[in-house]
Design a protein around this ligand. Structure first.
Ligand code: HEM
Length: 381
């Protein structure tokens, strides 16, 4: 059987049974200190201007993070250091990637743990220099492994982004030429239809069909515009704007069937953002359109706003069926759709707009069923 990445990393740092035994021996000695270590750890982060700003959710999340760091230290020293350990650490790493935590902070943070635990080892193994050496070496290896896993998750993200860019570039070239090629025939159809309509006289059926052709030409034009918008890097026209106005304008633009309600919560008090009004409006129209369609005529769509230090968070939620796990993985890629009549451009466009505003978008299942799309944008300035 081929070696897993974790096995390879362990082999690289030479992590083996002697290290496992040494860490297990250290565990009961270090455990009573985990709480104070977690306090010192976050104290250091809060003291540093740059690192503090990465604490998404502000200082209020620190209480929760201290508890999770204690669990992290517990597992660090008790193992088992198996594939589940690796997967768990990757998940934590991906959380840091998701909040765009600069990776260089990891080294300083890991060093805080390293120093605290090494000081303890130096005190407690004073009478047994060979054990002291073994435990120090084992701790060094496992913390290096932790750093390696963290860096791996950053690399994983980079590779995903790169392959997405390559796919988008290929897709962009194709779409660009097809989009332009389709504009002409659509234009001719539009003009000819206009002339035909003038000659249909009182033939109601013919008029109805002409209307239908007109509607379909409009839809086709909209698809072409969306495609071209996605590949074009039209410069953003930035201004300080209130998201409340943008969201409200988007709600007005979306056709909401009678059995469905659209609620806004916490939107009015959101801090301003520096963005392109038209594009942000388009972003929320696309999300709301999807949410309304997912509800299939009845249910509830909610737009929920909140803000922390430097981030505005707007969640668009619906009571529809939600998105299945397989589709979630590729949800923001072009041409991925769950709709019978959809082309799969709406969310790709949304992602592009959010990213051009230095923000992020995530899918999160909603408690009690349904979908929730969370847009995070930096506050204005
Ligand atoms: C040795 C380095 C680090 C370790 C071992 C570590 C550990 C963890 C763990 C275990 C979690 C998961 C929390 C959960 O399950 O909910 C987490 C999340 C988080 N960490 Fe770290 N962390 C490290 C460095 C940092 C640094 C340097 C910062 C900020 C400057 C930071 C900020 C955060 C934030 C904001 C979350 C929550 C992310 C979210 O809610 O998605 N971490 N970290």
């Amino acid at each position: 059987m081929s070696e897993t990445l974790f096995q390879e990393l362990k082999r690289y740092v030479g992590f083996g049974e002697a290290d496992e035994a040494a860490l297990k021996g250290l565990h009961p000695i270090a455990q009573p200190h985990f709480k104070s270590y977690s306090e010192i750890f976050y104290q250091r982060i809060l003291e540093h201007d740059g690192a503090r700003q990465s604490l998404v959710g502000g200082e209020s999340v620190v209480g929760h993070l201290k508890v999770t760091l204690q669990a992290w230290m517990d597992k660090l020293l008790s193992g088992p250091w198996d594939e589940d350990y690796y997967e768990l650490r990757c998940r934590i790493g991906r959380m840091h990637v998701r909040i765009a935590l600069p990776q260089h902070y990891m080294f300083g943070a890991m060093n805080v743990i390293r120093q605290l635990m090494n000081d303890l080892i130096d005190q407690r193994y004073l009478d047994d220099p060979s054990a002291l050496h073994l435990v120090r070496v084992a701790l060094g290896k496992i913390l290096d492994l932790e750093l390696a896993i963290m860096l791996h998750t950053y690399r994983e993200d980079l590779l995903t982004q790169r392959s997405r860019q390559v796919r988008l570039a290929t897709f962009g070239q194709l779409v660009g030429s097809m989009g332009h090629e389709l504009r002409n025939p659509l234009g001719v159809m539009e003009t000819s239809l206009h002339i035909l309509k003038g000659r249909l006289g009182d033939d109601e059926r013919a008029r109805k069909h002409a209307e239908r052709i007109g509607t379909q030409i409009t839809i086709a034009n909209k698809i072409v515009s969306d495609l071209l918008d996605m590949i074009r890097d039209r410069p953003l026209v930035r201004e300080q704007l209130s998201l409340a106005e943008v969201v409200e304008a988007a709600v007005q633009a979306v056709a909401v069937p009678e059995g469905l309600t659209v609620e806004l919560h916490g939107i009015a008090g959101l801090p301003p953002v520096n963005g392109d009004r038209g594009q942000l409006r388009q972003l929320f129209i696309n999300l709301l359109d999807n949410a309304v369609q997912a509800c299939a005529g009845s249910g509830r769509v909610a737009v929920v706003g909140s803000a922390s230090d430097r981030t505005v968070r707007v969640a668009v939620e619906d009571t529809g069926p939600g998105v299945d796990p397989a589709t979630r993985l590729r949800l923001f890629e072009p041409l991925v759709t769950t709709k019978e009549k959809g082309v799969g451009l709406g969310l790709a466009l949304v992602k592009r707009i959010v990213e051009r505003h230095e923000g992020s978008i995530d899918y999160e299942p909603r408690d009690g069923g349904g979908a929730r799309f969370v847009v995070r944008l930096p506050t204005g300035g």
